[in-house]
Write a protein that binds this ligand. Structure first.
Ligand SMILES: *[C@@H]1O[C@H](CO)[C@@H](O)[C@H](O)[C@H]1NC(C)=O
Ligand SMILES: *[C@@H]1O[C@H](CO)[C@@H](O)[C@H](O)[C@H]1NC(C)=O
Ligand SMILES: *[C@@H]1O[C@H](CO)[C@@H](O)[C@H](O)[C@H]1NC(C)=O
Ligand SMILES: *[C@@H]1O[C@H](CO)[C@@H](O)[C@H](O)[C@H]1NC(C)=O
Ligand SMILES: *[C@@H]1O[C@H](CO)[C@@H](O)[C@H](O)[C@H]1NC(C)=O
Ligand SMILES: *[C@@H]1O[C@H](CO)[C@@H](O)[C@H](O)[C@H]1NC(C)=O
Ligand SMILES: *[C@@H]1O[C@H](CO)[C@@H](O)[C@H](O)[C@H]1NC(C)=O
Ligand SMILES: *[C@@H]1O[C@H](CO)[C@@H](O)[C@H](O)[C@H]1NC(C)=O
Length: 587
C-alpha cells in the first residue's frame, strides 16, 4: 500500500482538534481500492450506527485502545472481497466511538511468517505511553506465530504506520515447546505482574482440551512459556481470542488491565474464551492467583455443562475483546456480529460483518455475572423528540403500534410490570417442569408471556422479529420451595420471507426477581441488526435479520402482550436514530 507523508496527517488532526467534540469534518475521499460494481445498488441491510467499513469482509475486532485522546479499533479485514481471505488489519479511529475515520491498513500479509494472514491480536500500552500490537501471523501450512508491531512515529496521534519487529516471529511452535502449530493464536493485551514481567495469553488446544497458554517477558520481545497454562478445560476444543481482565467489586468503573488483586481494592478477574467449535463467547469470573499464575474460576468450564456457563451475548457475537478506557475510567467491550445470510448473498452485497455497539462492562453487584450497556456516546444519535408512553395497561392479546419513529433505525427502551404475580395460579400450573434450556423455554407454553417488542415488522406482520420475556415459576424438588425465573428471547423465525437466511432463535435467563423489579428491555434496531439488552444489561442478545418487506420506511415497531393476563407497560421511549459518520481519510 502506497502511503505518503504523515505531515498531511498532522494537518487533518489539527483540523479535528479545532472542531467540536466527536464530529469529523474531514474531506472524504472515494473508496480505497475498487469497490464492487454492485455496491451502488439499493442496500437496505447496511447499518447506520453500527460500525462497518465501506465494503468487503470484516471479522474480529483487534487491538482496541485509546491513545492521545483518540480511540482506535483494528479489525480482521479482507481488502479484496466480501468473503474471508487475505486477512489484514483494517484500522479506524474515532473521538467518540460513534463516528469513525477509516485509515489505511495497519498490517497486511507481507512477511513469510504472516504471508497467509495477519490474524487477531491486541494492543498494550507500554511504559512511556507507547502502544504495541501483538498479532498472530499465519505462515506456510497455517503455522501460527506471535508477532510484534510498533508505531513508526509516536508523535502521530493517528498511528497510521506500523513497523514489525525485526525479531519476529517472537513466539513460534517448535518441537520443544509442544505447541500445536495450527492451533496457536490471538494474543491478549499484556498485563504486569508484581515481578515486573509482562504476561500474555495465547489461545490453543491439545486434543479436545482448550488452553489459555501463558507467556512472560521482561522486554516485550523475548517471551518464555510458563510451565502451566493460566487455565485449561477438557471437551471444549480450540479457544480463540482469550481475554483476561480485572473488574472491581461493586463499582461500574473499569479497572486498568494490570490491576492485581490486593489489599486496598477489591478486584476479581474475568477470563473470556471464544469457542471455535461453537462460534460462541463464554466468560468465567474468578480469582487470579498471582503467585501461582493461575486463574481459579468460581464456577469453571471443568465442572459444569456449557449451557450454564455465562455468555456476553446469547445471539450472534463472537471473538470479542475489551480494553480499558482511561479517559472515562471504564472497560469497553467490542464484538464481531457476523452475517446470518448465505455467502452468495453477502458477496453480492459487497460486504460482510459488522461490529456490535461498543459496550461498557462491569461486575454485577451479585458478583455472579457481568453487566453490559451500550456506551453513553451512542445516545448522541438519538433524535431530540422521542415518542413516549407512560403507564399503559396491556390486555391479553394487545398489539400496539408505536408511531412517529423510524422503526428501521431506532433505539427503544421499554419496561413492564407483571402484576399480582403470586396469584396467577392458572399460569403456574403448567410450568412445573425442569427448565434448564432458556432457548427452549422461549417457545414453551405456560408461565406468563410472551410480551415485548415486535421490531422490523411489516404492516401485516408477515415479517417481524420478536424480542420478549416470559416468566415461569420453578419448583425446587429438594425443598419444595418455588422461585420465579425470567427468560429473555429473540425470535427470528419470522424475520424474513427469505428462508435461506439463518432464522434461529435465541434465549437467555435474566437473573431478576419479577416480584420486585420491572422487566426492562432496550433494543437497538439498525436495519439488519437487532441488539437487545434485558434487565439493564444483565442479558444481551444480538440478531442479524434481513426482512424483505419490513425495510426502511416499511418497517414498523409494536409492543405486544401475548400473556393470558393483563400487564402494565410502565414506560416506553422510542428514539429515531441518526446515522453515524464513517469516512475514509485521504492520507
Ligand atoms: C513455524 O515457523 C517458525 C518460523 O516462522 C519456525 O521457527 C517453526 O519451526 C515453524 N513451526 C512449524 C511446526 O512449522
Ligand atoms: C511524526 O508525526 C508528527 C505528527 O504527525 C509529524 O509532525 C512528524 O513530522 C512525524 N515525523 C516523521 C519522522 O514522520
Ligand atoms: C492441532 O490443531 C488441529 C487444528 O488446527 C487439530 O485438528 C489437531 O487435533 C490438533 N492436534 C493436537 C495434538 O491437539
Ligand atoms: C495462591 O496459591 C498458593 C499455592 O497454592 C497459595 O498458598 C496461596 O494462598 C494462593 N493465594 C491466594 C491469594 O489465593
Ligand atoms: C456489593 O455490595 C452489596 C451491599 O453492600 C453487598 O450485598 C454485595 O455482596 C456486594 N457485592 C459483592 C460482589 O461483594
Ligand atoms: C434447591 O434446594 C436445595 C436445598 O435448599 C438447594 O441446595 C438448591 O441450591 C436448590 N436448587 C436451586 C436450583 O435453587
Ligand atoms: C415436597 O412435597 C411433596 C408433595 O407435596 C411431599 O411428598 C414431600 O415430602 C415434600 N418435600 C419436602 C422436602 O418438604
Ligand atoms: C401472539 O398471539 C397471536 C395469536 O395467537 C399469534 O398469532 C402471534 O404469533 C403471537 N405473537 C407472538 C410474538 O408470540
Amino acid at each position: 500500500m502506497a502511503l505518503s507523508s504523515s505531515v498531511r496527517v498532522w494537518n487533518v488532526f489539527s483540523l479535528i482538534l479545532s472542531l467540536s467534540y466527536g464530529v469529523f469534518h474531514i474531506e472524504a475521499n472515494s473508496h480505497r481500492g475498487t469497490p464492487p460494481s454492485v455496491f451502488s445498488i439499493n442496500q437496505p441491510y447496511r447499518t447506520a450506527f453500527h460500525f462497518q467499513p465501506h465494503h468487503y469482509w470484516m471479522n474480529d475486532p483487534n487491538g482496541p485502545m485509546i491513545y492521545k485522546g483518540l480511540y482506535h479499533v483494528f479489525y480482521q479485514y479482507n481488502p479484496k472481497g466480501a468473503t474471508f481471505g487475505n486477512i489484514a488489519w483494517g484500522h479506524s479511529m474515532s473521538r467518540d466511538l460513534v463516528n469513525w475515520a477509516l485509515l489505511p491498513l495497519a498490517l497486511s500479509p507481507t512477511k513469510s511468517y504472516d504471508i497467509n494472514g495477519c490474524w487477531s491480536g491486541s494492543a498494550t500500552i507500554l511504559h512511556g505511553n507507547k502502544p504495541a500490537l501483538l498479532y498472530t501471523g499465519a505462515g506456510p501450512n497455517q503455522n501460527q506465530t506471535q508477532n510484534l508491531a510498533l508505531p513508526l512515529n509516536l508523535s502521530d496521534p493517528f498511528l497510521v504506520h506500523w513497523v514489525r519487529s525485526p525479531l519476529n516471529p517472537l513466539i513460534a511452535p517448535t518441537s520443544e515447546n509442544h505447541i500445536n502449530a495450527t492451533s496457536f493464536r490471538d494474543p491478549t493485551t499484556a498485563w504486569l505482574g508484581h515481578d515486573g514481567l509482562w504476561r500474555i495469553l495465547v489461545g490453543s488446544q491439545r486434543r479436545d482440551t482448550g488452553l489459555a497458554l501463558l507467556f512472560k517477558s521482561k522486554d516485550f520481545v523475548h517471551w518464555v512459556k510458563a510451565k502451566h497454562p493460566l487455565y485449561s478445560a477438557k471437551h471444549c476444543g480450540m479457544w480463540e481470542c482469550p481475554d483476561f481482565f480485572p473488574v472491581f467489586i461493586n463499582s461500574t468503573f473499569g479497572a486498568e488491565t494490570s490491576t492485581l488483586p490486593g489489599k486496598d481494592f477489591n478486584v476479581r478477574h474475568v477470563l473470556k474464551l471464544s469457542l471455535n467449535d461453537l462460534i460462541q463467547d463464554y466468560y468465567l469470573i474468578g480469582s487470579y492467583n498471582v503467585t501461582r499464575d493461575r486463574f481459579i474460576p468460581d464456577m469453571g468450564l471443568k465442572d459444569t455443562e456449557l449451557s450454564s456457563v455465562m455468555r456476553y451475548d446469547y445471539g450472534k457475537f463472537y471473538a470479542s475483546k475489551t480494553f480499558y478506557d482511561d479517559a472515562k475510567k471504564r472497560r469497553i467491550l467490542w464484538g464481531w456480529v457476523k452475517e446470518s445470510s448465505v455467502q452468495k448473498e453477502y458477496s453480492q452485497r459487497g460486504w460482510s460483518g459488522i461490529q456490535g455497539i461498543p459496550r461498557s462492562v462491569w461486575l454485577d453487584e451479585s458478583g455472579k455475572q457481568l453487566v453490559q450497556w451500550p456506551i453513553e456516546e451512542i445516545e448522541k444519535l438519538r433524535s431530540s423528540k422521542p415518542f413516549i408512553w407512560h403507564s399503559k395497561q396491556l390486555q391479553p392479546g394487545a398489539l400496539l403500534h408505536v408511531p412517529r419513529v423510524t422503526a428501521a433505525q431506532a433505539d427503544v427502551e421499554v419496561s413492564f410490570e407483571v402484576q399480582d404475580l403470586a396469584e396467577k395460579e392458572e399460569e403456574w400450573k403448567q410450568s412445573g417442569r425442569k427448565m434448564t434450556d432458556p432457548q427452549r423455554m422461549c417457545g414453551e407454553k405456560g408461565g406468563i408471556g410472551p410480551f415485548g417488542l415486535l421490531v422490523l415488522a411489516s404492516k401485516g406482520l408477515r415479517e417481524h422479529t420478536s424480542v420478549f420475556f416470559r416468566v415461569f415459576k420453578l419448583k425446587n424438588d429438594s425443598d419444595n420451595s418455588t422461585k420465579f425465573v425470567v427468560v429473555m428471547c429473540s425470535d427470528q423465525s419470522r424475520s424474513s420471507l427469505d428462508r435461506k437466511n439463518d432464522l434461529s432463535s435465541y434465549g437467555a435467563f435474566l437473573d431478576l426477581d419479577p416480584l420486585h423489579h420491572k422487566l426492562s428491555l432496550r433494543t437497538l434496531i439498525d436495519h439488519s441488526v437487532v441488539e437487545s439488552f434485558g434487565g439493564q444489561g444483565k442479558a444481551c442478545i444480538t440478531a442479524r435479520v434481513y426482512p424483505t418487506l419490513a425495510i426502511n420506511d416499511e418497517a414498523h415497531l409494536f409492543v405486544f402482550n401475548n400473556a393470558t393476563s393483563n400487564l402494565k407497560l410502565t414506560t416506553l421511549t422510542a428514539w429515531s436514530m441518526k446515522k453515524a459518520r464513517v469516512k475514509s481519510i485521504n492520507i
